[in-house]
Design a binder for this molecule. Structure first.
Ligand code: SF4
Ligand code: SF4
Ligand code: SF4
Length: 143
């Protein structure tokens, strides 16, 4: 209903390529470490990043610290917005499955997997896809 406010955002750097973008719950949480006012914390049960919107001063440090620039300032209240895993019951997975797309699944990874590899700038991901699709010319598709 309001894609700009969604915690799963979809970027379309060039026609026909859509890149979903969301928090990967990095194991070292650079976003949490970067916040100057301790507005971010890790949920001990789900490992999701929790934003204390009352504390957030909209400085953008967490966005710059994230390897994939995943957090963003909500277009309404301008506070940092990050997937909170719906308290362990992800609604995005539910609706995607109900709609028959089956693009999202819940993955319980072994603890030694470096999740940060899933946190990438969507334009870098799109560049890799463009090279796969168009060969060397793919580099020119996305500047
Ligand atoms: S934008 Fe908010 S949550 Fe992010 S670092 Fe700044 S104060 Fe912390
Ligand atoms: S992907 Fe970004 S927002 Fe999510 S835990 Fe890692 S640094 Fe934080
Ligand atoms: S788990 Fe919940 S908050 Fe996170 S992207 Fe899915 S629906 Fe949004």
């Amino acid at each position: 209903m309001w894609p700009d406010a969604s915690r799963v955002r979809v970027f379309m750097p060039f026609p026909s390529v859509e890149v979903p973008h969301l928090c990967a719950q990095c194991m070292d949480y650079p976003c949490i470490a970067s916040c100057p006012v301790q507005a971010l914390s890790k949920d001990p049960n789900t490992e999701a990043v929790i934003v204390d919107r009352a504390k957030c001063i909209s400085c953008g440090a967490c966005i710059r610290a994230c390897p994939g620039t995943v957090p963003y300032l909500h277009p309404g209240d301008k506070k940092a917005t990050i997937c909170d895993l719906c308290n362990g019951d992800p609604k995005c997975v539910e609706v995607c499955t109900e709609a028959g797309y089956n693009c999202l699944t819940i993955v319980n990874e072994p603890p030694n997997v470096h999740r940060k590899i899933y946190s990438r700038n969507p334009y870098d991901t799109a560049k890799d896809l463009a090279v796969k699709m168009f060969g060397e010319k793919g580099e020119e598709v996305i500047k």
